[in-house]
Design a protein around this ligand. Structure first.
Ligand code: XMP
Length: 335
C-alpha cells in the first residue's frame, strides 16, 4: 500500500544509495511545492551535500525573493544560494511584447544563471578536494528536479521521450566538463500526493498550499512591454488579491487567483482629480489539474474589497475588471 511514510523512507534510501557517501547534488528552487518537497527529500538523504539555487528573475511576486529564502533556510533547513538576477532579466525583457519571446528569454536567462552557479559550486568542491569525477575525469554531481507524473506525461506526449525536461529547467547549456545526472524523486506522483508527502515531512502549510505560479512569473501577466514600473504595479495589485482571497477563506479552494496588468489606460476620477491609468483584470479559477478550468464565482463582497483596495492603494491602476472566461476556450494565464 502507498503511504507517505513508506514513500519517504524508500525514496530517501534510494537517493542516498544513488548519490553515494560522497556525492553532491544541486537543486533549483522556485518557491513552489514541487521543488521544495523534492529538495527536502534529498536533503533528508544527503544533508548539506545538497545545495539549492534560488534565482530572482525580476518577475517574482511582492517580497517573494526574501520570503522564499527565509522559509527555505529557516523552516526547511536547506542550504540556499540566492541569486538576485532581476536587473539582468528585466534588461533582456525590455521592449519585448510577444508572449513566447518573453518565455524564451526567461528560460534561456535562467539556464545561463543556473549554469554559472552550478559551475561555481563544482569549482568550490574541486578546491576543497571533495569533487567526484567520472572515468574520463569530468566533475560529476546530481541535479534534483521536482518533475511530477503529469509533467512526464505531458512532455513526452508533446515533445517525445528524449526531451522530458521542461525548457526552463533544461541543463543542456552546462559546460562540457560538468556532468549533472538527474534525480527526480517525485516523477511517479500527482500534486495531491506531493502535498501529503510534504505534510508528512512536517513542511509548513504556507508552502504546501501555495497555488501554482508559472515559471515566467509576472512576465506573462503584464501584457505588452515589461518595465520595472509595471512589475511594481502588478506586484502591489497581486498582493491585494492574494490577501483578500486568503482573508475570505477561499485561497485553498481556488486553483489560482491573481491579477493581470493590461496595457490599456482609461480615464477615471479620484477626489477632484482626473486620472488616466492602467486597467487590471482579476482572474480566479477552479481546476483539478490546470488542463481545464472554470472561472470562479467570487462573492461580490470579495470582488468589491479587491477592487476598491486596488484602485485606492495601487498607484497606476484606476480600473478593475473581472475575467469570466473558462478554459477552454480561454487559458488560465492571459499569455
Ligand atoms: P494556461 O495559461 O496554459 O496554464 O491555461 C495552465 C497552467 O500552467 C501554468 N503555466 C505555466 N507554468 N511555465 C510554467 O511553469 C509557463 O510558461 C506557464 N504557462 C502557464 C499556469 O499558471 C497554469 O497553472
Amino acid at each position: 500500500d502507498w503511504t507517505p511514510e513508506h514513500f519517504i523512507q524508500s525514496t530517501v534510501e534510494r537517493v542516498r544509495a544513488q548519490v553515494g557517501p560522497k556525492g553532491h547534488a544541486i537543486c533549483g528552487l522556485s518557491g513552489g511545492v514541487d521543488s521544495s518537497v523534492a529538495a527536502v527529500l534529498v536533503h533528508k538523504a544527503i544533508g548539506d551535500r545538497l545545495t539549492c539555487i534560488f534565482v530572482n528573475n525580476g518577475v517574482l511576486r511582492k517580497e517573494e525573493f526574501a520570503k522564499v529564502q527565509a522559509t527555505m533556510r529557516e523552516k526547511l533547513g536547506l542550504k540556499v544560494i540566492a541569486v538576485d538576477a532581476g536587473e539582468r532579466f528585466l534588461s533582456r525583457l525590455s521592449g519585448i511584447t510577444d508572449p513566447e519571446a518573453k518565455r524564451k528569454i526567461i528560460g534561456n536567462e535562467f539556464i545561463a544563471v543556473f549554469d554559472d552557479e552550478a559551475e561555481k559550486i563544482l569549482k568550490d568542491l574541486e578546491t576543497k578536494g571533495v569533487a567526484e569525477h567520472d572515468a574520463e575525469g569530468n566533475e560529476v554531481a546530481w541535479l534534483v528536479q521536482g518533475t511530477l507524473y503529469p509533467d512526464v506525461i505531458e512532455s513526452s506526449s508533446v515533445k517525445g521521450p528524449s526531451q522530458t525536461i521542461k525548457s526552463h529547467h533544461n541543463v543542456g547549456g552546462l559546460p562540457e566538463n560538468m556532468k549533472l545526472k538527474l534525480i527526480e524523486p517525485l516523477r511517479d506522483l500527482f500534486k495531491d500526493e506531493v502535498r501529503r508527502i510534504g505534510r508528512d515531512l512536517g513542511m509548513p502549510e504556507e508552502i504546501l498550499e501555495r497555488q501554482p505560479f508559472p515559471g515566467p512569473g509576472l512576465a506573462v501577466r503584464i501584457l505588452g512591454e515589461i518595465t520595472p514600473d509595471r512589475v511594481a504595479i502588478l506586484q502591489e495589485a497581486d498582493a491585494v488579491v492574494v490577501e483578500e482571497v486568503k482573508a475570505a477563506g477561499l485561497y485553498r479552494q481556488l486553483w489560482q487567483s491573481f491579477a493581470v496588468l493590461l496595457p490599456v489606460k482609461t480615464v477615471g476620477v479620484m477626489g477632484d482629480q482626473r486620472t488616466y491609468a492602467y486597467t487590471c483584470a482579476i482572474r480566479a479559477v477552479t481546476s483539478e489539474d490546470g488542463m481545464t478550468a472554470d472561472w470562479a464565482p467570487l462573492p461580490y463582497e470579495v470582488l468589491k474589497t479587491i477592487s476598491s483596495r486596488i484602485v485606492n492603494e495601487v498607484r497606476g491602476i484606476n480600473r478593475v475588471v473581472y475575467d469570466i472566461t473558462s478554459k477552454p476556450p480561454g487559458t488560465i494565464e492571459w499569455e
